[in-house]
Design a protein around this ligand. Structure first.
Ligand code: RFL
Ligand code: PHB
Length: 394
């Protein structure tokens, strides 16, 4: 088989890239290790930046998102038992974010791909990437006991943190930067109305908590937990009890609890690979970088990587120029490092770090107090949270 771009991974990065390329008349095949249902069962991100919304529109798959997504112009920061609103819309000259779950975004992209009759091979095992240092890369995979081969011009590694593409890059050509945090996030999804109409990020002496949502009737809550905790250690009742203790009295009184639909623990990590291009193979999304979820940046960064890569590929096919693909890694990394910095900083500001003692809590509270009372301070949170502008390096 032959295609122009072989995309590895049918998460948000791979599906969005596939859809954009299709719109531009560029042929792509997507190989995914899991089933489509499995991909949709992973509960992950919930907040879209404007650049991500714009990309869904550019890909022609934004209709349901605009109908069902909830536009938020602010977030609440809770510390010392009190909530303070950061008016992001006002502080950024009218920018907002949208609540629309990664599951829904992925579903929209999958459905559009199926409707257009485009090829996604699910349950493709033993995917291997070959010869990407030359002009004729290949991808091999197994399906139903048979080995298949795809010849292509480019390989897009959209296969997440545990994928095969980054692992196949020559060790002498790659640099990896990593910070692992000494705690995780326990997430709970429930069909209960959200405690507040915007998100609440809580700094509490008992640890961080986040009140998020998927709709007016579905809530997503998170608690900072020690890395040693297991999901089985946390009954729903224990989760709600601990969440209450980390909230302010008003939110505590308003909190509606109910049975969990999903509960899972995610470790927190900052991770960046440099570069994001190895000959004719590119890395995009979680394949190239991971952020701790505190800044809601993971999915949004994946989308902007895809935008840069897509622009470069269009330039290659339509204008016969390699300038765009040559700049992909540099441009994407510039934005990635800024989001990495914000996510690390916001994580450090909001969580309890083992062994740091009460003085760390006091420093955090003083910094939060300064930030919310300084327009410059509040704006720095707002500008980063709604997402920095795309830089095309002109
Ligand atoms: P994904 O979504 O991981 O998709 C990669 C796809 O590649 C497939 N794959 C392979 N396919 C073929 N062959 C192989 N060898 C393969 N290896 C892997 C996988 O099955 C998968 O389908 O990466 P992508 O597309 O780059 O999208 C990135 C986002 O998913 C990610 O940044 C966010 O979900 C991160 N993230 C969160 N981000 C937020 O902004 N807010 C959040 O609340 C949030 N929560 C999370 C998260 C990530 C989590 N992970 C990775 C464990 C919670 C969790 C639990
Ligand atoms: C979510 O809704 O899952 C979510 C929202 C904001 C974050 C992280 C996760 O910062």
């Amino acid at each position: 088989m032959r295609t122009q771009v072989a995309i590895i991974g049918a998460g948000p990065s791979g599906l969005l890239l596939g859809q954009l390329l299709h719109k531009a008349g560029i042929d792509a095949v997507i190989l995914e290790r899991q089933t489509g249902d499995y991909v949709l069962s992973r509960i992950r991100a919930g907040i879209l930046e404007q650049v991500c919304i714009d990309l869904m529109d550019e890909a022609g798959v934004g209709q349901r998102m605009h109908k069902e997504g909830l536009v938020h112009g602010g977030i609440d920061l809770l510390f010392k038992g009190q909530r303070h609103r950061i008016d992001m819309n006002q502080l950024t000259g009218g920018k907002n974010v949208m609540v629309y779950g990664q599951t829904e975004l992925t579903r929209d992209l999958m459905e559009a791909r199926a409707a257009a009759g485009l090829s996604t091979v699910y349950q493709a095992t033993n995917v291997q990437v070959h010869d990407f240092d030359g002009k004729n890369p290949r991808v091999t995979y197994e399906k139903n006991g048979q080995t298949h081969e795809i010849h292509c011009d480019f390989i897009a590694g959209c296969d997440g943190f545990h994928g095969v593409c980054r692992a196949s890059a020559p060790r002498s050509a790659i640099r990896e930067y990593e910070k692992v945090y000494p705690f995780g996030w326990l997430g709970l999804l429930s069909d209960t109305p959200p405690v507040h109409d915007e998100l609440i990020y809580a700094n509490s002496p008992r640890g961080f908590a986040l009140c998020s949502q998927r709709s007016h009737t579905r809530s997503r809550y998170y608690l900072q937990v020690p890395l040693t905790d297991k999901v089985e250690d946390w009954s729903d009742e224990a989760f709600w009890q601990e969440l209450r203790l980390r909230l302010d009295p008003e939110a505590r009184a308003k909190l509606v609890t109910g049975p969990s639909i999903e509960k899972s623990i995610a470790p927190l990590r900052s991770f960046v690979t440099e570069p994001l291009r190895f000959g004719r193979m590119f890395l995009a999304g979680d394949a190239g970088h991971i952020v701790p979820p505190t800044g809601a940046k993971g999915l949004n960064l994946a989308a902007t990587d895809v935008k840069y890569l897509y622009n470069g590929l269009v330039e290659y096919y339509q204008d016969k120029s390699e300038a765009g693909i040559d700049r992909y890694s540099e441009l994407a990394l510039k934005r990635i490092w800024k989001a990495e910095r914000f996510s690390w900083w916001f994580t450090s500001l909001m969580h309890r770090f083992p062994g740091e003692g009460e003085i760390a809590q006091k420093f955090q509270e003083a910094e939060l107090d300064y930030l919310i009372h300084s327009e410059a301070g509040a704006r720095t949170i707002a500008e980063n949270y709604v997402g920095l502008p795309l830089d095309f390096g002109q």
